[in-house]
Design a protein around this ligand. Structure first.
Ligand SMILES: Cc1cc2nc3c(=O)[nH]c(=O)nc-3n(C[C@H](O)[C@H](O)[C@H](O)COP(=O)(O)OP(=O)(O)OC[C@H]3O[C@@H](n4cnc5c(N)ncnc54)[C@H](O)[C@@H]3O)c2cc1C
Length: 375
């Protein structure tokens, strides 16, 4: 923060994983914090996320480092809640289509060189390592097993963090409608909620998911935005041996805390229809197609049924990399806007709280500053 004084009061806009994680870290530092959310907690992307915890495939070194720190924090949490059904480290298995784009061998070399735990397995070897996969669906180039990967149920995690936050004296305001960030004399001074109430603060964190670019634009700031509308389907609970996360050419699958599967894919995301009034429409063929693709890669090709599904923005910055920290032009105005917010949720909250509390920029966030988008 430009001002070197420690803030005594912080408002967090957004009750998703970034908002609630930062809020609990601020409360642990003894800073009076209020979370203000449009609807109920986790009603945005965090409530309909595949939430695979990973740093798989290729990305910048800085992003890989941050993701690995993110996974490390989940390991610590997992040790605190060893029996939690909402946080599992049962590995991840990835294979590509059998076409010219199959990158499995090169990705394996890349991950191994980084020291990212990876094993290149043939279909036969998968049987012993990962139960629950239809081996006939694995392409001849084989699959990468990443034993250190896992998944989290973000609404459960947000519930656990919110409980601690409130026990530490934090305040949560839900169903507040669309809040706006107030900027006076060039710095953030608080938030106004939809009912016209002003909430003053020494610093504001905007963690409003896919709405972040539009909200900072109200203050004349630009953050590149590539947010698509995404679809996550949850099946009905089913008795099946798959425990790992699967990333396959036509579907990604992860088990859920209540014995079902969560599914998504790039093609089904592209089939979401956005109506002129901003509402969404999902074709029955898309839902059935996703169930069909999932069944094909699961051992025994079980009949899967729709439990429910969620659709809405999947926050993705314009250059694909996270955006974290204070707006250079507006002291006291912090932002959190990123894809992979499940993997990054704990570490981002920890580092942002540290930056807000101390005014010192953390080197691990150095590559992800909002000012890189300044026109
Ligand atoms: C289909 C899908 C699959 C994904 N898969 C993965 C994955 O495998 N691994 C991974 O790490 N990440 C994954 N992600 C990404 C991850 O889920 C998101 O990055 C993360 O949930 C974003 O959290 P957030 O707190 O930024 O936003 P959100 O969860 O969207 O929370 C923002 C909150 O802000 C509130 N809000 C918005 N505007 C206002 C306003 N003006 N006033 C008040 N409140 C407001 C909303 O109500 C919302 O609750 C996936 C996301 C989706 C959608």
């Amino acid at each position: 923060m430009h001002a070197s004084i420690r803030p005594s009061k912080v408002i967090v806009v957004g009750g998703g994983i970034f908002g609630v994680s930062t809020a609990v870290h601020l409360a642990r530092l003894g800073i009076q914090t209020t979370v203000i959310n449009h609807g109920s907690l986790a009603n945005g992307a965090s409530g309909r996320s595949l939430a695979w915890l990973n740093s798989a495939r290729r990305r910048s070194d800085a992003y890989h480092r941050l993701r690995m720190a993110g996974i490390d924090r989940y390991r610590t949490l997992s040790a605190k809640y060893p029996g939690a059904a909402w946080l599992r480290f049962d590995g991840g298995l990835t294979w590509d289509a059998d076409d010219a784009g199959n990158d499995i061998a090169a990705v394996f070399d890349y991950e191994r060189d980084l020291g990212y735990h990876a094993q290149l397995l043939s279909a036969d070897q998968i049987t012993k390592a990962i139960p629950g996969v239809d081996l006939l669906s694995v392409t001849r180039q084989g699959a990468i097993l990443n034993p250190g990967e896992g998944w989290v149920d973000l609404p459960s995690l947000i519930g656990v963090l919110a409980e601690e936050f409130q026990a530490l004296g934090g305040e949560i305001v839900t169903n507040a409608g669309r809040a706006t960030v107030n900027v006076r004399d060039g710095r953030a001074t608080g938030v106004t909620t939809a009912n016209g109430v002003d909430w003053s603060a020494d610093a504001v964190l905007l963690a409003a998911g896919g709405a972040v670019p539009a909200i900072v634009a109200e203050a004349g700031q630009h953050i590149g935005d590539d947010t698509p509308i995404a679809l996550l389907v949850r099946t009905k609970p089913i008795d099946h041996p798959l425990k790992a996360v699967l990333n396959t050419p036509r579907v990604a699958i992860r088990p859920t805390h209540d014995g079902a599967f969560a599914l998504d894919s790039a093609w089904s995301e592209e089939e979401v229809i956005v109506n002129a009034d901003g509402s969404y429409q999902i074709k029955t063929s898309t839902l059935e197609g996703l169930l069909h693709e999932a069944s094909k890669v699961l051992e025994g090709n079980p009949k899967l049924e729709i439990g429910d599904y969620g659709v809405g923005p999947k926050p993705i910055p314009g250059d694909g990399e996270p955006v974290f920290g204070e707006l250079q032009a507006i002291p006291g105005y912090f932002v959190a806007f990123s894809h992979s917010g499940a993997t990054l949720g704990l570490i981002a909250g920890e580092l942002l709280a540290d930056e807000i509390a101390t005014g010192k920029r953390h080197p691990l966030l150095g590559a992800f500053r909002p000012e890189r988008f300044a026109r």
